[in-house]
Structure formats: structure tokens, C-alpha cells
Ligand binder design. Structure first.
Ligand SMILES: C[S@@+](CC[C@H](N)C(=O)[O-])C[C@H]1O[C@@H](n2cnc3c(N)ncnc32)[C@H](O)[C@@H]1O
Length: 227
């Protein structure tokens, strides 16, 4: 099967699954929804938000986000997997933004036990990153979740201009890419429109279980985007 077809099939499956689970119109519903968390997964409003097979992918994203040291911002705490990896790097400060109250409580516990200083911020990035100055971050790791039908497969796109604003020149941006081996034309275009010119990637080998409802490939792209 050629890559474009496989990519499309994966997207269709994820799209259908997420639509079938359904979205709430009001974002406060996500804020207040109970989070089901065990060592393998995080479920919010019946959505499979995060699973532990992503561990080595999160490790790789953290490595990229911390490669310039300094202040590193993470958007979406989830199971705290990437956050743990970020803490193992030589960074000055770790900002973490999280929009779900139950997950935010876990983030506060994480702060208490962390080695590097953690600054937890509660809210949707759309409401809170405006308080962070331009050109102030060395690295960003973005991994959120779609809040509506419109955001399925594109929740990262809206953040691209904000990532460009927040990063220092030569700062690095990485994120859950939703891509198997290459950036789609649309994806690359969104990065360029946001101002990014140095667009690179590595491929991560992953092993999602058959029953995973959002990823059906053995590879996923690690974006390495430099301002
Ligand atoms: C996929 S998980 C993050 C997984 C994390 N990287 C890890 O390693 O465990 C997504 C998280 O982003 C949060 N989230 C979703 N949309 C958000 C937004 N717009 N702003 C901030 N957090 C958001 C969710 O509540 C969830 O905890």
C-alpha cells in the first residue's frame, strides 16, 4: 500500500473514532471532566487522549525540545511522560500548560517532586500563552488534543504562529505531528506561513497495540522546527 493511501486510511479511522465519541461545544466541559488515568492510558470524556506506547516518541520529542536548554515550555501535561523526560535534561525552567483540572492536579504533584523548576499554568493555551513574552523560550513541546470536529488532525496548526512568537531566534519547536514519515503539503505550508523556514524531521519507530484508536502505523514524525 502506498504511503499516501496508508496515511489517509489512518486519518479516516481516527477521524471517525473521534467523531463517534463526540465533542462538547463548551470548552469548560473539558476543563471539569474527570480524567481516567492508569499506568497505560489517559481518558477524558471517553476520548483516548494518551497511551503509554508513545513513551519512546515522547522521549524523542523531549530531547528535541530541550536541545537548546534554557526555558522549555510544554503544552498538554497528559500522563506526564514527556514532562518526566524533559526533567532529565539540562534546562533552566519547565513551563507546563494544562487545561483539564484533574490532570492539572497531577501536574501540581509533579512540580512538588521535580528537580528542575516547574511553572504550572492552568488553562487552554489559547487563553494563557499571551501572558508569555515574545522571544522568551528556548524550546517548545506541544501535545494537546482536538476539542472539536474542526480540530481533528489540525489542533497543532493554530499554535504555529504562537510558537514562532514565543521562541527565541534559533529556538526549537516540536510536537505530536500526526504524520507517518513526511510533512503533508498543507502541514509544511502552515509552518512556513507562521514564519518557520528551517523545517526538519526524524522518524520515530513506534509499536501501538492493535486496539489503539488513534494511531495505526509503526512510524511517526518527530518535527525539528527552528526559528
Ligand atoms: C496527549 S495529552 C499530552 C501527553 C503528554 N505529552 C504525555 O507525555 O503524557 C494532551 C493533554 O493536553 C491537554 N489539552 C488539550 N487541549 C489543550 C489546550 N488547548 N491547552 C492546554 N492543554 C490542553 C489535555 O487535557 C491533555 O492532558
Amino acid at each position: 500500500m502506498d504511503e499516501a493511501k496508508r496515511f489517509n486510511d489512518i486519518r479516516q479511522v481516527t477521524y471517525r473514532n473521534r467523531l463517534n465519541i463526540g465533542f462538547f461545544r463548551d470548552k469548560t466541559n473539558w476543563e471539569n471532566a474527570p480524567a481516567f488515568l492508569d499506568k497505560n492510558r489517559l481518558i477524558i470524556n471517553n476520548h483516548p487522549v494518551m497511551e503509554d506506547w508513545e513513551d519512546n516518541y515522547m522521549k524523542a520529542l523531549a530531547e528535541v525540545a530541550c536541545s537548546k536548554r534554557g526555558v522549555v515550555m510544554e503544552v498538554g501535561f497528559g500522563m506526564g511522560i514527556s514532562a518526566e523526560y524533559i526533567q532529565s535534561h539540562k534546562i533552566r525552567e519547565h513551563i507546563v500548560i494544562e487545561a483539564n483540572k484533574s490532570v492539572f492536579e497531577k501536574l501540581q504533584d509533579f512540580k512538588m517532586n521535580s528537580i528542575k523548576p516547574v511553572r504550572p499554568i492552568f488553562g487552554f493555551w489559547q487563553d494563557v500563552t499571551k501572558n508569555i513574552p515574545d522571544n522568551s523560550l528556548s524550546g517548545i513541546l506541544f501535545d494537546t488534543y482536538p476539542m472539536s470536529k474542526k480540530e481533528i488532525h489540525s489542533n497543532h496548526y493554530e499554535f504555529f504562529p504562537e510558537a514562532f512568537r514565543l521562541l527565541k531566534p534559533s529556538g526549537v519547536f516540536t510536537y505530536y505531528s500526526d504524520e507517518i514519515r513526511n510533512f503533508s503539503h498543507e502541514h509544511r505550508n502552515k509552518l512556513e506561513l507562521a514564519g518557520f523556514k528551517k523545517i526538519d524531521k526524524r522518524i520515530c519507530q513506534v509499536n501501538p497495540p492493535k486496539e489503539c484508536r488513534y494511531w495505526k502505523s509503526n512510524t511517526i514524525v518527530i518535527p525539528i522546527i527552528i526559528k
